[in-house]
Ligand binder design. Structure first.
Ligand code: TTP
Ligand code: MG
Length: 403
């Protein structure tokens, strides 16, 4: 494959950074965004909070113990989505080939953009970072490399405010000293399996080579690991990968026997699905549960909602109601449970527009409520739709009200 140039961009502590941008009093403070209920988890934490060991996916109760002085917020997801759309619009000006990876990160194929790069990818990365900062007030980290694996790794190496270039000749120096968990696709289980053979660093894998490794972990995994450990990755940048549904299911080693166990697991699945929805910037209208009984009979139940949802609690509420409404012939217990969401809102232009309307509406009602509080409830009716509302609407549009 001809040499490519891939850029990966990822915003620094995205949700928390948006909060700090919009609320100056939060700047320099440990800000933690996430579910605030007793079962909530941390979505993200500002770098000030990370110093206390708070990180994404940590139970909120633990985060509160680790950082009692933290400022805890539920966050404003529509706002994050709007900022995300703005960032992707900027990315699209830097390459015709953009692959969104999550709400705050994406790949850009910048191969052949030498004309604009003037032989220097670093300048290009810097220009993108500057455009994002200037237009959104937020800081991004950027990595540039010959492929996706290395580019994503590079953007993370000097976070926050990173800009790292990895070239073919840097692979041994930069890649090999890193722990194997940094290889794309290596989770906890694979890491432990490899550790049992004495592999800890990426260089260990590269040095062992495919022949040795495949006897230990099989041909497929060995090929994957050795290629990545040598900095090779041919995956293309794919502009849109639009899933029709996002779901998660579990098959249990021992069948679930009680409603309590089922509901507990539905909560877990809802949180996983919610997280995936939010990561991909989606809102869903339909929630479905799937149940397989001990005798392998399988059932699905679904509900479509007029308001699209993406939060764990909302998904769980629907999943639980679907489960409760479904009188199960328990018998041999439940072997598999699944939760999925579909019926996504139309792509960002439309939802952005809707969101602006919604925000406008929220501001409008805040303004109305203030007037009501000041002059009494009946006054707003007296003043009538005509003047007051027009005035408020006009001021929200940024133009003067005319009479
Ligand atoms: P990340 O890019 O993984 O994290 P981040 O931007 O907060 O921090 P970093 O500087 O390390 O990149 O995720 C982007 C956003 O997605 C994050 O701000 C909040 C949300 N998120 C969750 O809601 N739950 C999670 O477990 C993670 C990892 C992220
Ligand atoms: Mg990020």
């Amino acid at each position: 494959m001809a040499e490519r140039l891939i850029l990966h961009i990822d915003m620094d502590c995205f949700f928390a950074a948006v909060e700090q941008r919009d609320n100056p009093e939060l700047r320099g403070k440990p800000v933690i965004v996430g579910g605030l209920s007793s079962r909530g988890v941390v979505s993200t934490a500002s770098y000030e909070a990370r110093k206390y060991g708070v990180h994404s996916a940590m139970p909120m109760a633990l985060a509160k113990r680790k950082c009692p002085q933290g400022i805890f917020l539920t966050g404003n997801y529509p706002q994050y989505k709007a900022v995300s759309a703005q960032i992707f619009e900027i990315m699209s000006r830097f390459s015709p080939l953009v692959e969104p990876l999550s709400i705050d990160e994406g790949f850009l194929d910048i191969t052949g953009m030498e004309r604009f790069i003037k032989g220097n990818p670093r300048n290009y990365g810097m220009k993108l970072k500057q455009a994002v900062l200037k237009e959104t007030g937020l800081i991004a980290s950027v990595g540039i490399a010959p492929n996706k694996f290395l580019a994503k790794l590079a953007s993370d190496l000097e976070k926050p405010d990173g800009l790292v270039i990895i070239r073919q000749e840097d692979i041994q120096r930069i890649l090999w000293p890193l722990p194997i968990a940094r290889i794309w696709g290596v989770g906890k289980k694979t890491e432990e399996r490899l550790a049992a053979f004495g592999y800890r660093y990426i260089g260990d894998i590269a040095r062992a080579g495919k022949d040795v490794l495949q006897k230990q972990v099989g041909e497929r995994l060995a090929r994957h690991l050795v290629e990545l450990a040598n900095g090779k990755d041919d995956r293309p940048v794919e502009p849109v990968r639009d899933a029709q549904s996002i779901g998660k299911e579990t098959t249990f080693e021992e069948n679930l026997q009680s409603r309590q166990e089922v509901e507990q697991h539905l909560l877990y699945l809802s949180a996983q699905v919610g997280w995936r929805l939010r990561r991909s910037g989606k809102n869903a209208h339909t929630v479905q549960i799937k149940i397989r009984l001990g005798d392998f009979s399988t059932y699905t139940r679904q509900k479509t909602l007029s308001d699209a949802i993406c939060y764990d609690e909302d998904i769980f509420k629907e999943a639980k109601a679907l489960f409760r409404a479904f009188s199960l012939p328990y018998g041999s217990g439940i072997r598999l449970l699944g939760v999925s969401c579909s019926g996504f809102d139309a792509p960002s232009e439309i939802s952005l527009f809707e969101m602006e309307n919604k925000q406008k509406k929220e501001r409008l009602y805040t303004a109305i409520d203030k007037i009501k509080a000041r002059f009494g409830e009946d006054k707003i009716a007296h003043l009538g739709e005509s003047r007051v509302l027009k005035k408020i609407n006009a001021s929200l549009d940024g133009s003067e009200a005319r009479h």
